[in-house]
Write a protein that binds this ligand. Sequence first.
Ligand code: GLN
Length: 485
Amino acid sequence: MSLHKLTAHEAHELLVKKEVSSYELTEAVFKRIDEVEDKVKAFVTITREAALEKAKAVDDKIKAGEQVKPLMGIPMVLKDNMCAQGVKTTCSSKILHNFVPPYNATVVEKLQEAGAIVVGKANMDEFAMGSSTETSAFAQTRNPWNTDCVPGGSSGGSAASVAADQGFYSLGSDTGGSIRQPASFCGVVGLKPTYGRVSRYGLIAFASSLDQIGPFAKDVEDCAQIMNVISGHDFRDSTSADVPVPDYTSFLNQDIKGLRVGIPKEYFVDGMDPEVEKSIRQAIAKLEELGAVCEEATLPHTEYALPVYYLIAPAEASSNLARYDGVRYGYRAEGAEDLLTMYKKSRSEGFGSEVKRRIMLGTYALSSGYYDAYYLKALKVRTLIKQDFDQAFEKFDVLVSPTAPSPAFRFGEKVDDPIQMYLSDIFTMSVNLAGIPGISIPCGLVNGLPVGLQLMGKHFDEGTLLKVAHAFEQSAGYYRNKPNL
Ligand code: GLN
C-alpha cells in the first residue's frame, strides 16, 4: 500500500485499527521525500531523525493504550517562518540562514501536544514576500503538476509538499494570499483563517495586521481536523481572539440547500484566463445543483485592494524587519570597521531584492510628510474595503471567486516584473485587509494544471466555509486528481 498517498484522516483510521504504526507512516513519507525531493525541492530542512524518534514515542503511547487523537502520529510539514525549538528557521532568507529558535511557535506547541510528527521545514518566498517561491534565497520549489511551473507563493514549499505526498498536511501563512494561491496552483485545499483565529506567536512577522497561519490539506475533512488543533486564543499573542472554537468537523457532510452565495462582479474581470473563468462558472453551477442560491454581489472598492495592500504590507514589513541588524539574529557581514557600516553591510548582503524593495516602499510610506498621504489614506480605504464585505454578508452567507486569475505560471515569467507578480494575488488580498476567512479548493484542471475556487466568509465563520467546501468537494471529486510525478 502506498501509505504516503493517504489523507491524514485515512492514515488516522489505520492507526486506530492498529493496521499501521506512526513509524511506518513516517518512514513511508521519508521514502517519498527521497524519491521526489530532487524534483520538487519543497524543503529547506528535513528533520528525519527527530521525526522517526517522535514516531516511535507516539507508537509506544498507542501501545500503552493511549487514545489515538486525530493528528497523532501523522507526519506533517511546517513553513520555514514558524519557530520550532532547536530547528533552523530561516524564512528562506540569508539573513536568518543560521537562526535556531530557542522556543516553539504556539501552533508548533499545539501540534506537538496533539502528537503530530514534523518531517521538515518548507521553502517559501523570502520573508513570505512573493507569489511564486522564486524569492527564496535557497531553492526553487517546483510545481508537482508541472515542474517547469512555479508552485505559487509565498507558501510554495508547504503547498508542493502536500501535493507531492511528502507530508500528509502542512501549515503555511497568508498575508495577501500566500496559502490560498499556492493551494490553488498545487491542487490542494488551503485555508486562511479569520485574523485572530490562530495565534501568531512564533510566526516570524511580515505584516502583523494581515499575517495569519493556516492549513494545507489533501481534503476538506483534514483541513477541519487541523483547524481544531491550531485554533484558539493565546495570551502570548495580543491580537489572537478570545472567541470559542467550534468542532470544525461538525460542519462536514451538511446540506447546503438554501445557502446564499454571492458572486462579486468585480472579481470577474477582463484579463482573467477564460479557462479559469469557465472552471469557476462550472463550480458555481455545481453549488446551485447542490441547492445553494447564487446571485451577483458587489464589493465596490475592490480595485483599491492592491494599492492599499502594497502600502500597508510594506509599511509593516519595514518596521518588523528593522530587527535584523546583524547584532541579534542571523547573518553578520564580515570586515565592517564600525557599527553603522556593520548594520548596512549585514542588511545589504543578507536581504534579497524583493525584501529590500518592500523595506524601501514601506519606509517611504511611513516617513513624515508622506505618512498622511500614503499610509493613513491606505488605512482609511482599508476600512472601506472591510465595509464592502460587511454589507455583502448582510445578504450572503459566503462569497465565491477564482482564487487566482491564472493557473501556475512558468519560472521567470513574472519574477522581473513586480506588478505582474503582485497581480496574481488580486483576488486574495482583500480578504486579508478585511480580516475575514478564505479557503481555496480544487475545482478543475486547465492544461493539466489545477484551478482553485475561493470561498470567502464572515469573521469567525470558518465553519460555513468548510461546510460549503466539503459539499462541493464530495460532489465534484476534483480532490482525487493527483499529479504524475
Ligand atoms: N504575494 C503577496 C506578497 O508578496 C502575499 C504574500 C503573503 O501572503 N505572504 O506580499
